[in-house]
Design a protein around this ligand. Structure first.
Ligand code: C5P
Length: 212
């Protein structure tokens, strides 16, 4: 049995106490991956941003809001885990400052200054031990396979799942599963649970069995 950490859902980056940046990630792919990992007998901890969906009852769920919170919770858990699946869509940018009070309208518009948030998968990729593995996701609209492979290398992932832009907030997904080295090992399309089962089957064969 492996202990698998799954990041899931969007994050939020606040501009002021009531307004925030986010995206439309639903957490459905993360939830299906959690169920598929549980079905194979693994221990699962999900680190999730704010979502409307439910996670499997047998998974431990840690709720976070921001990308920085998702990073610190995931980093702490990953220290004693076997692998990480980065299925979240964390906000890549955050406002340079968070206003203490609600920003009032002035009639002059508002210019936001944004800075990049930390990359969770890349940070943990640079810290992972020899027997730990990381699976990233890539959502590209052009040069899909090439960009996914570049991303896998840059973030030190052992496997990357390249999925279509239509997957966001949808019931189904169409993915290509690529191993470190660049070999596509499976292409699968269908409901997210079917896709999640295929991803976990490949993780089991190529990562869990290899490292255990
Ligand atoms: O660079 P991009 O956002 O396309 O990479 C996608 C992969 O990186 C996903 O696995 C996603 O969960 C992860 N990611 C992350 N932290 C971020 C941005 C993306 O872990 N701040």
């Amino acid at each position: 049995m492996a202990h698998i950490i799954i990041t899931s859902g969007p994050t939020r980056q606040y501009l002021d106490p009531v307004r925030y940046l986010t995206n439309s990630s639903s957490g459905r792919m993360g939830s299906c991956l959690a169920q598929s990992a549980l079905d194979l007998g693994h221990k699962v901890t999900v680190v999730s941003g704010p979502v409307q969906i439910d996670y499997p009852r047998d998974a431990t769920v840690i709720d976070v809001i921001t990308t920085q919170q998702m990073l610190s919770a995931t980093q702490e858990l990953f220290a004693s885990a076997d692998g990480l699946i980065g299925a979240a869509a964390p906000c890549d940018y955050m406002p340079m400052q968070i206003a203490e009070h609600k920003l009032a309208k002035t009639g002059n518009g508002l210019q936001l200054s944004l800075v990049e948030t930390p990359d969770i998968v890349a940070t943990l990729g640079s810290l992972k031990r020899l027997n730990q593995w990381i699976v990233g996701f890539a959502l590209e609209t052009e040069d899909i396979r090439f960009r996914a492979i570049v991303k896998m290398t840059r973030k030190c992932c052992d496997m990357i799942v390249s999925n279509s832009a239509e997957a966001m907030n949808a019931e189904s997904n169409s993915v290509e599963i690529i191993l470190r080295g660049g070999t596509t090992i499976e292409q699968v399309e269908g409901p997210k649970k079917v896709v999640a089962d295929a991803i976990l089957k490949q993780i089991q064969a190529h990562l869990i069995e290899k490292y255990s």
